[in-house]
Design a binder for this molecule. Structure first.
Ligand code: MF3
Ligand code: CO
Ligand code: CO
Length: 273
């Protein structure tokens, strides 16, 4: 087993997948309002992917070893749900925070995986701060990406920032290699020690998708076989981008018109492509 070094053709295919994945999040943004159900958000994303983009929603019927097939087309993770929330009849109300995680598969077979946080109506001060710090964590991780850096540099940057804010890093789920396969090597941990782990090489593509809890880091698995919540019922936030290692640094692949600007905290020492 080893980490794929993508060809120029693969990279071009992944740029397209990344843009399409990001455009689904752009599309759904105005629908995230009080009164909407997570099932309706799923339905809208599904229709957009299948009928407008001609992409396939990767989560639908996705069944890694030990899992039942995921029954919906996106993940909607509300408040204390860390990840893999299953859309359904839950009605969103003002003050809720929701992560929507979209993965498209293009006609050429490439995956575009990304997620953003959304505030339903007005967020609490804590929810806003948790989402902001998590976004900064993702970007501080991204800013470490360049040839010769190591995976532990990414994890360390994320962990430091989260814990300095008094928050905790979820350990059970991580970023991942991605391409024609949804989840592959490497595992991109969101915690770690600088100078440890696999060395980054141009052509690698992986996600960075920190899950940060306002309280303790422990998780609880729900009986539906998918939904993961915080054990202490504290809020959790997540952001996700797909990143290409370039000759000089990184390229974010999951970009479109609606992509939020990079976190200012990470731009100073960042080495963009
Ligand atoms: N998109 C998620 C990730 O970032 C994976 C979701 S798998 C699903 O890796 F089956 F829950 F959709
Ligand atoms: Co992912
Ligand atoms: Co994802």
């Amino acid at each position: 087993m080893s980490i794929t070094i993508n060809t120029l053709d693969d990279i071009e295919g992944m740029r397209i997948a990344g843009r399409l994945g990001s455009e689904v999040l752009d599309y759904i943004t105005p629908f995230v309002k009080p009164g909407v159900t997570t099932g309706e958000l799923d339905r809208l994303c599904h229709e957009y992917m299948v009928n407008v983009q001609g992409t396939v929603p990767a989560p639908l019927d996705y069944a890694p070893p030990g899992y039942t097939p995921f029954p919906k087309s996106v993940c909607t993770s509300v408040n204390d749900v860390i990840c893999h929330g299953i859309p359904g009849d839950k009605v969103l109300k003002s003050g809720d925070v929701v992560n929507i995680d979209v993965t498209v598969i293009t006609k050429d077979g490439y995956h575009g995986d990304n997620s953003r946080m959304f505030f339903v109506g007005q967020p609490s001060i804590l929810a806003k701060r948790l989402s902001d710090i998590t976004y900064e964590c993702m970007w501080l991780g991204i800013a470490k990406v360049k040839p010769g850096a190591r995976l532990g540099d990414i994890g360390h940057a994320i962990q430091q920032h989260a814990e300095k804010a008094g928050f905790s890093v979820v350990r059970e789920f991580c970023g991942h290699g991605i391409g024609k396969v949804f989840h592959s090597e490497p595992q991109v941990l969101h915690y770690g020690r600088p100078g440890t782990g696999e060395e980054l090489v141009p052509g690698m593509i992986f996600t960075i998708e920190p899950m940060i809890n306002a309280g303790r880091r422990e998780i609880r698995e729900m009986p539906d076989g998918w939904t993961i919540k915080t054990k202490d019922r504290s809020l959790s936030a997540q952001w996700e981008h797909m990143i290409l290692v370039t000759e000089t640094g990184y390229e974010v692949l999951t970009v479109s018109e609606g992509t939020p600007a990079p976190a200012a905290i990470a731009v100073a020492d960042a080495v963009p492509a």
